[in-house]
Design a protein around this ligand. Structure first.
Ligand code: GTP
Ligand code: MG
Length: 202
């Protein structure tokens, strides 16, 4: 599974405006600043295809990127961005959840979780919502290159990943698949591509 072409197609605010060509797609969701856009760039080996920022709240729409002319990677706004006005957060939350619930060509949601810090309630709540609504999902842990720091609870990424999986077990009938990644070292890139190829071929 290799990426031979990747192009930005369009930004939409409603699922009705999303591309209608029926190609399968995978959506990246997670807390603002968790590394969604960076992971997309790592997967396609392009530094600036999706715009990234040190400041949270960079991605504000449903952004479709066409890969190998045959499927989409979809970059979404993050949740939990405290600095955005309340109405804006409600709007993002509304259109992303509507998209998850109603987008027919969505094969799987990738829920990104920062592996360098202990589990956050907002992430557990999001996993719970996806589980409750039976939306197919894969856990993708980001920033696995970051070493432990005392202020981060002093745990290694591997330990945070294990803790998170224990905490979400009750939300799912079957434990979701999971992948550890880093956009700095490109850890997990091949695994992500293989996983998506397998899901598309079901
Ligand atoms: P929003 O669009 O605001 O929701 O954020 P996002 O989830 O798209 O995050 P983005 O990719 O813009 O990255 C946020 C910050 O985290 C940037 O400063 C990145 O350089 C950094 N970052 C992203 N991925 C990694 C990673 O794997 N390792 C490390 N160490 N930093 C990362
Ligand atoms: Mg982004």
């Amino acid at each position: 599974a290799q990426v031979t072409s990747a192009e930005f197609v369009k930004s939409s605010k409603r699922k009705e405006d999303c591309p209608a060509d029926g190609l399968p797609e995978f959506a990246l969701v997670g807390r603002s600043n968790v590394g969604k856009s960076s992971l997309l760039n790592s997967i396609v080996r392009r530094k600036k295809l999706a715009l990234t920022s040190k400041k949270p709240g960079k991605t504000q729409c449903i952004n479709h990127f066409k890969i190998n002319d045959s499927w989409f990677l979809v970059d979404l706004p993050g949740y939990g961005y405290a600095a955005a006005p309340h109405e804006v957060r409600v709007d993002w939350d509304g259109f992303t959840k509507d998209y998850f619930l109603n987008r027919k060509t969505l094969v799987s949601v990738f829920l990104l979780i920062d592996a360098s810090i202990p589990a956050k309630k907002i992430d557990l709540d999001y996993a719970s919502w996806l589980g409750k609504n039976q939306i197919p999902m894969t856990m993708v842990f980001t920033k696995c290159d970051k070493r432990k720091k005392r202020k981060n609870g002093g745990k290694r990424p591997e330990e945070n990943v294990e803790d998170f999986q224990v905490l979400i077990r009750e939300f799912f009938d079957a434990a979701p698949p999971w992948i550890m990644t880093s956009s700095i070292t490109n850890q997990g890139r091949d695994e992500m591509l293989l996983h998506m190829a397998q899901l598309r071929n079901y």
